[in-house]
Design a binder for this molecule. Structure first.
Ligand code: T5A
Length: 236
């Protein structure tokens, strides 16, 4: 059964917002900021999560995927593993949270599979469509914020963070620049194909400006979440 979306009233489904984009685009930074704003302003519960991961079993799959364990098997096998993690994540965390009327903020979701394993990895779009239908079904994001950034700048940000934390590049960060350029084009193509779901955010600006653009997009697309904010114009 698909519940009517949002509002916090009994029986209403919470809002589902995904954040997408290339490496180091600032998704984690902005999800934390939006979660703080929503918690302070909307009075609804907010669930922050990520993919791959978000549930204990999916986090185990994440470790294997980002460690490159599945890379030798090719993009189809990787897509299957991302999907296995997604099934558990949806069942254990996302659907229950939406059912309680919470707002779910998810760092990456289906569009990452389309972009990374599909457009950049070479996996057939029809295969991905079929996989999406059986894995995700009707549980689609109400809003997808695509943080758009020059891939070289994003990789430099990710490398800067890695130098501070001592973590090296993971399986996907280590891909050549050409792969990351295809990713950016893929995310922008998704936004063009589904403008009612997606908003493109210029992620090259400073964190406060990016945060303001995200708040504008949320206020314009999902006004129940930011009562009184007043849309100053959609960022898309
Ligand atoms: N993947 C995932 C697939 O291939 N298929 C799939 O189906 C799914 C779901 C996940 C990997 O898995 C792949 C995609 C990914 O490669 P991850 O570690 O979760 O791996 O990687 P990312 O999602 O890319 O997350 P990152 O942590 O690398 O990047 P973020 O979250 O976009 O960026 P953030 O906020 O951590 O910021 C990066 C650095 O930049 C700074 C931050 O302080 C930080 O140091 N920063 C800014 N600097 C300047 N200006 C700004 N506006 C800034 N915003 C942040």
């Amino acid at each position: 059964m698909t519940l009517p979306r949002i509002g916090g009233s009994a029986g209403a489904r919470g809002a589902f917002i995904s954040f997408e984009g290339g490496e180091g685009a600032g998704k984690s930074t902005q999800i934390a900021r939006l979660a703080a704003t929503l918690r302070a302003r909307s009075g609804h519960g907010v669930c922050v999560t990520r993919e791959p991961g978000g549930s204990p079993r999916a986090e185990e799959i994440r470790t294997a995927l980002l460690g490159g364990v599945a890379k030798p098997y090719g993009p189809f096998a990787e897509a299957l593993l991302f999907s296995a993690a997604r099934i558990d994540h949806l069942d254990r965390l996302i659907r229950p949270a939406l059912g309680r009327g919470e707002t779910v903020l998810c760092d990456r979701f289906i569009d990452s599979t389309r972009a990374y394993q599909g457009a950049a990895g070479g996996l057939d779009a029809a295969v991905l469509d079929a996989l999406e239908r059986v894995v995700v079904g009707p549980t689609r994001p109400d809003l997808t914020l695509i943080l758009d950034l020059d891939p070289a700048a994003g990789l430099a940000r990710a490398a800067g963070r890695g130098a501070r934390t001592g973590q090296g590049a993971d399986r996907f960060e280590a891909e050549k620049l050409d792969f990351h350029i295809r990713l950016r084009e893929a995310f922008l193509a998704i936004a063009r194909a589904e403008p009612e779901r997606c908003a493109v955010i210029d992620a090259s600006r400073d964190p406060d400006s990016v945060e303001a653009a995200i708040r504008d997009a949320v206020a314009a697309r999902l006004p129940d979440l930011l009562p009184g904010e007043g849309a100053r114009g959609d960022a898309a």
